[in-house]
Design a protein around this ligand. Sequence first.
Ligand code: 3PG
Ligand code: MG
Length: 398
Amino acid sequence: MADFKTIDEFAPEGKRVLVRVDFNVPMQDGEVTDSTRIERAAVTLKELMAKGGRVIALSHFGRPKGKAEPAMSLAPIAKALGKALGGKDVVFGEDCIGPKAEAAVGKVGNGGIALLENLRFHAGEEKNNPDFADALAALGDVYVNDAFSSSHRAHASVTGLAERLPAYAGRLMEAELKALGAAVGGADRPVAALVGGAKVSTKLDVLGHLLDKVDLLIIGGGMANTFLHAQGVDVGKSLCEKDLADNARAILDKAKAKNVRIILPEDGVVATRFEQDAENRVVEIGAVGAEEMILDIGPKSIATINEALAGCKTLLWNGPMGAFEVAPFNKGTNAVAQAAAKLTQEGRLQSVAGGGDTVAALAHAGVLEQFSYVSTAGGAFLEFIEGKKLPGVAALAG
Ligand code: 3PG
Ligand code: MG
C-alpha cells in the first residue's frame, strides 16, 4: 500500500478537520435512495467527532458545471447524514468557501460537524484552481480524504487540499485501498472481469487496459451491444455507440493476441418498449428485430457466464448485465450475481464489485453481503483495477 498517513496519526481534538467525502448518492424527489456511501464515510466522521474534532465534510454532487444548481444542493443530504451519524445535528453551510462557509464552520464545536454546499457549484473545484483551493484550505487545520470514489479526479478538494494541509487517509479510503489492492495485486488466477452498464464511451479504454490484467473478460449490458455491432450483428434499436466500433474491434483483436477469453451475449431479452413488465421475448443474438432493444442477457448467456465463473478464482465486477432497474430485465444481472455470491460463500471465488449501479443491482439481487468486498467507487474502481495511479491517493502519499 502507498505510504500515506491515516487518522491514527494526528490528534483531532479542537482541530478543524476538512474531510473530503463522496456524497454523490442516488436521489429521487429530494430523498436519498441509497445511502451506502454516506454510511461508509460516517465511520470516519464519527471517529473524528468522538475524538473531539471539529469536522467539516466536503463533497460534490452531480455535475453542475461550476454553477449553483438548486436541484444539486447537498441540503437534503445533510439530513441523511444526521441519520447516518445516529441523530446528530449537522450544520449546513450554504456555500463551500467564503463568509457562508466560515459562518457554518464557526458554529461547529469540538465533536460537532458541518456539511458544506456542493463543491462543484464553483468552477475552481474541477479546474483545481489555486485560489479556490486556498479558500477551501483556509477553513481547516488538517485534511482527511475519505473519498476513494472521487480520487480519480485531480480536483481542488481532492489533490489541492492535500498539497496545502497536513493530509491523512480516512477509514473508508484505507479499507478500499486495502481490499482492492489485495484483489488486484495478489489476485488468484484465473481472474475474470465482468463489465456492463451503459457508459460505453467512458469504459472502453478501461477494457483495453484490463486485458493486461485478466484471463477472462465478460461484457454485458449496453456495452455489449457496441461490441456485437462491431462484429456485424444487427442490434436493432438497442443502446449502442456505433462510432466506437473500431475501438471495440481493436479490443477484440488485443484480446485474441493476449489469449484473453471474451464472453459476449449469445442471446438476449428484447422488447420494443423500455417499461416495467413490457412485452418481451428471448432471441438469439442475430435475430433482434429492427424495432427491438436488447434489455438483458438471455438464459444461454447466463449459463455460459456462470459456468465460466465457476472456473475462476477472482471476479472484478463493474456494471449490470441489463436494464436491471426495470423488471423483468433484471433477471440476467440477478442470476449472475447470485451465482457469484454462491461461489464466494463456498470459498471458491474472491468477488469484488464496484460502482453505484452495480452496488444497487447486487442489493436488488439480495447478495450485497455475500460478496467478498463491495467498493463504493465506480470510475475510480475501474481506474484502480486497470493499474492507474489515482491522483487523490498519490497526493496523500506526497
Ligand atoms: C462517482 O459517482 O463515480 C463519483 O462521485 C465521481 O463522480 P464524477 O464521475 O462526476 O466525477
Ligand atoms: Mg461516475
